[in-house]
Design a protein around this ligand. Structure first.
Ligand code: BES
Ligand code: ZN
Ligand code: ZN
Length: 517
């Protein structure tokens, strides 16, 4: 399932007697250390003629983390199957284990061609985590685990002329929470809508990042963005080339010169009445990064469709804020370009002028992200925001610094940094701080201009140098830079992350925004 069809899976909460449940499978989460496990499920067990206690008796590993046991009810119930899903020791439970369970469940259910799922919701022995947090985590794991990018698999496309190009829905139809404790119903109901919004938006971000660059040039990307925000409270404004020139955004103009595709600057605005604060997200939107005149070698050019991952995360964050009616004004600024090589491309060594008047010697045309962000960050300062957060697949060096399991974070305000790192920790979208020591400024001094766009040869401290460069364009504002060069796209899938686009760091940003009001 991909994002556009994400809304198809119905999420529900209903009190229901097991004997009346109509679903392909009833999932019962079990802990390893639950004594007399079968007593917890008296109702199911009785109806099933003790099939449940028998299964538990015969399988001592039931309850072990990640272990599934499924059995058929053999028509004793409207329900077709029962699946016991292990969560490990009850006092070692955390939200990531629940997300992983959700992801694994989605895969298992899909592989067994089941469509309608009932989940006997926690409610007993839940330690360390609340029922609300547990339910949210399950929805997130389940929906993201159900994600697969298959837009261009012909087998998934309709056969009728009218259906051509539209994907057939092959995912799970419904997930029904059946609370074990009556009072949990309201609690679960209150939170799963938000979890659904965020998960759907992460799927939309993954779809955008997974889209091949020929399907998502700057002009096609703008069309997608307009589609995504139709009937939304978010206003979409596009600055075309002429407006970009008028704003004196020399960096965006120069990076885009190598392509026939014109640059665009997208400005998203979510402005609720009586907003408490204004925040600005800025996202790198290089729809394909060939490196320009400093052409990338083959092994580094594959997957460079991901180079708009920062801008896609901005789409996801602004959309989530609007749909969850956050009482803050959220602006999203996304410069969109292709970084290509041609007779009109910017040349290595060129000197260009950013919108804030600073001159830059382009020592490497492949360090284009920081150039387009320079203009976009300067534009962001005009909104007089509480803070600016930029998100960018800025450096390959981020993989060297922290690897693919953690986003590199830099900034000029320790409180802001701490809050973002904490939000990431809670959502398991980890980020860690790299320093922006003054001393590094020496490395981006140019002999002939104010700045140069790369540091020492050999890529020394490459990720930090990226941050140091950007710092020149943020004025006096509080600012954080998230380098997702190692985390936006993955070759290491897990239970709820498929290969390719991850949707990072949307869930982190949403969690962080919640702390702002
Ligand atoms: N888009 C790349 C960074 C990147 C690499 C993102 C791999 C995701 C995966 C960026 O524009 C780039 O090429 N950066 C250079 C900077 C260098 C020339 C100073 C890099 O990281 O090598
Ligand atoms: Zn580049
Ligand atoms: Zn790039």
């Amino acid at each position: 399932m991909s994002g556009k069809k994400g809304g198809k899976m119905k999420l529900m909460v209903k009190e229901c007697l097991i004997k009346n449940l109509n679903a392909d499978v009833l999932v019962i989460p079990v802990f390893k250390d639950m004594e007399n496990k079968e007593k917890m499920f008296v109702e199911v067990n009785n109806i099933l003629n003790k099939l449940l206690s028998q299964t538990i008796y015969e399988n001592p590993d039931i309850g072990e983390e990640g272990k599934f046991h499924m059995f058929y009810t053999n028509s004793r119930l409207k329900l077709k199957r029962v699946l016991l899903a292990g969560l490990g020791e009850s006092d070692e439970l955390d939200l990531e284990k629940i997300r992983n369970l959700g992801g694994k469940l989605a895969a298992h259910i899909k592989n067994n061609s089941m469509k309608d799922v009932a989940f006997l919701s926690f409610g007993y022995d839940l330690k360390n985590v609340t029922i609300e947090a547990a339910s949210k985590a399950l929805v997130v794991g389940f929906k993201l685990g159900d994600y697969k990018y298959e837009e261009f698999k012909t087998e998934n496309m309709g056969t009728k002329e009218a259906d051509k190009g539209k994907k057939k829905y092959k995912g799970i139809n419904s997930l029904l929470f059946v609370p074990q404790v009556k009072s949990d119903l309201k609690l679960i109901e209150n939170v799963i809508k938000d979890a659904e919004i965020v998960s759907n938006n992460v799927c939309i971000v993954r779809d955008l990042v997974n889209k091949p660059a020929n399907m998502l040039s700057p002009s096609l990307y703008v069309k997608e963005i307009k589609k995504i925000f139709t009937k939304s409270k978010v206003k979409v404004k596009i600055l075309e080339e002429a407006a970009i020139k008028k704003e004196k955004m020399g960096c965006i103009i120069n990076v885009a010169k190598g392509s026939v595709e014109k640059p665009k600057l997208v400005v998203l605005t979510y402005s609720p009445p009586k907003a408490k604060k204004t925040i600005v997200f800025v996202g790198k939107g290089v729809t394909f990064d060939a490196g320009g005149t400093n052409l990338k070698p083959s092994q580094y050019i594959s997957n460079m469709k991901q180079d708009m991952g920062g801008s896609a995360a901005v789409v996801g964050a602004v959309k989530s804020a609007a749909e969850m009616k956050f009482p803050i004004k959220v602006i999203g600024i996304m410069p969109l370009v292709e970084n290509l090589i041609s007779g009109t491309a910017m040349k290595t060594g060129d000197v260009i002028t950013a919108a804030n008047g600073k001159t830059i010697e382009v020592e490497n045309t492949d360090a284009e992200g920081r150039l387009i962000l320079a203009d976009a960050l300067h534009y962001a300062t005009k909104f007089k925001p509480y803070c600016i957060v930029d998100i960018a697949t800025l450096t390959g060096a981020a993989s060297v610094a922290l690897g693919s399991r953690c986003t590199s974070l830099m900034g000029n305000d320790q409180d802001l940094i701490k809050n973002l790192i904490e939000a990431g920790e809670k959502m398991h979208e980890k980020a860690w701080q790299l320093p922006l020591f003054k001393e590094y400024d020496e490395d981006i001094k140019s002999d002939i201009a104010d700045l140069k766009n790369m540091g020492n040869p050999g890529g020394e401290a490459g990720t930090i140098i990226g941050g140091m460069f950007l710092q020149n364009f943020i004025g006096e504002n509080k600012w954080v830079h998230l380098d997702i060069g190692a985390t936006a796209f993955t070759a290491k899938p897990n239970a709820y992350k498929s290969k390719g686009a991850t949707g990072v760091p949307v869930r982190m940003l949403v969690k962080w925004m919640r702390g702002l009001f």
